[in-house]
Design a protein around this ligand. Structure first.
Ligand SMILES: Cc1cc2nc3c(=O)[nH]c(=O)nc-3n(C[C@H](O)[C@H](O)[C@H](O)COP(=O)(O)O)c2cc1C
Ligand SMILES: CCCCC(=O)C(=O)O
Length: 391
């Protein structure tokens, strides 16, 4: 497996793909000097009309193993598809003659104001998609003012990412089978400044990733693509996922860190009730982008019963299948306080590194703003369930 992409190659393929290779000679701004050092010409950026254009380019420049790992799901990827398709069944009810000359996308979460409700989901092994990995993603998130969640299985460690990007990060935790090791992971995250711990609860074991085959296992044991957070602490025989995990972990986390605790992977009303009982600070409605248990409902179908149960007591976030501003609008209307995106920013990363992540974020934010204008909702609080039908 050759996980590393050559920036120069990526850039050349990009220019070929948009049919601009000839212009490289005419415009120094799009010289073939490598995408890390050069800025893209504005005209080039406009070639990316939506996140699917970035997906198209990422498929041209990333290796097959990386594409399969990124885009694949469990079994036949039915839940991967369901996440996307379910948004299409919901329609928007727009209101007219409302002043939408100024739009605010600000949201408040855990006592802090965020510029947009669009958050970057934790995605592991980002060096597999681009050599700059999570550092590129973090730099883009800082520049574009989006919150990033760093995966436990990131290639750069959480402190390297924080130091190189100056980002205020949230940390996603996979508790290991050894609590001493897990404790050290938490200490590292807190030292890197993380104030929120996103505990993923849908991975007692790894799903059946047929499309990616053995790639994930190879990544976990790869010598080139190390899992930065575990350097020097992962002891022989420690599992990076724990099939014995129960609700007891919440009180253990409370006793062992000061971060807010957000559960990622809740898909039922029953577990939303338990999350409240155990006193977590927030939940993310997620099916892991369809990568864990096949045949789960789409996340947007799970959202109504969970919102109904939580009744605004803690923030409810959602991820899975969000590809358009209208998807974000629909999730917010049904009651999510914010949304997270996974594959779309990775397509940008794989295609163009930091610049590609920035483009993905720009596209989704611009779409959301335009959709808010067209629907007659000048701020996020105005997007209520009266604006959607068919869920
Ligand atoms: C390549 C890849 C790696 C992922 N790694 C993690 C991870 O390390 N931790 C985690 O909680 N979720 C992980 N996820 C799941 C995402 O956080 C998120 O739930 C999912 O990607 C959202 O769906 P979307 O890709 O359709 O936006 C990963 C997803 C992908 C595609
Ligand atoms: C142990 C899981 C590793 C990364 C992950 O969550 C994914 O590939 O979906």
């Amino acid at each position: 497996m050759d996980p590393f992409q050559n920036s120069d190659l990526q850039r050349r393929k990009f220019l070929e793909w948009i049919g601009l290779s000839g212009l490289a000679l005419a415009f120094p701004a799009i010289s073939l000097s490598g995408c890390q050092s050069s800025r893209f010409h504005e005209d080039e950026k406009q070639e990316f009309k939506n996140v699917f254009d970035l997906e198209g380019l990422s498929e041209k420049v990333m290796g097959k193993d990386a594409i399969d790992y990124l885009n694949g799901g469990a079994d036949d990827s039915k839940t991967v598809k369901a996440n996307v398709v379910a948004y299409q069944k919901i329609q928007i009810r727009a209101r007219r003659l409302i002043d939408v000359s100024t739009i605010s996308t600000k949201v408040e979460l855990f006592g802090q104001t965020y510029e947009t409700p669009i958050i970057l989901s934790p995605v592991g092994f980002q060096k597999f998609f681009h050599q700059d990995g999570e550092v590129a993603t973090a730099k883009a998130s800082v520049k574009k003012q989006h919150q990033m969640i760093v995966s436990s299985v990131s290639n750069y460690s959480v402190n390297e990412i924080a130091a190189q990007s100056q980002a205020d990060l949230w940390f996603q935790l996979y508790p290991t089978t050894n609590r001493e090791v897990t404790k050290k992971l938490l200490e590292r995250a807190e030292k890197a400044g993380c104030k929120v711990c996103v505990l993923t609860v849908d991975t007692p074991v790894i799903g059946n990733r047929e499309r990616g085959g053995t790639t994930l296992t190879k990544l976990i044991y790869s010598k080139e693509l190390k899992m930065g957070n575990y350097e020097g602490i992962l002891t022989e025989g420690t599992g990076i996922d724990d099939p014995g995990l129960t609700w007891e972990i919440i009180s253990w986390l409370r006793a062992n860190c000061d971060m807010k605790i957000v559960l990622k992977g809740i898909v039922t009303r029953e577990d939303a009730t338990l999350a409240l009982e155990y006193g977590v600070d927030g939940i993310i409605v997620s099916n892991h982008g369809g990568r864990q248990l096949e045949s789960l409902r789409s996340t947007i179908e799970c959202l109504p019963e969970i919102v109904e149960e939580i009744k605004g007591r803690i923030p409810v976030l959602i991820d899975g299948g969000i590809r358009r501003g209208t998807d974000i609008f629909k999730a917010l209307a049904i009651g999510a306080n914010a949304v997270c995106i996974g594959r779309p920013f990775c397509w940008g990363l794989g295609a163009l590194g930091q610049e590609g992540v920035e483009i993905a974020l720009d596209i989704l934010k611009a779409e959301l703003i335009r959709d808010m204008q067209l629907a007659g909702t000048p701020s996020i609080e105005k997007i209520t369930c009266d604006f959607v039908i068919g869920f």
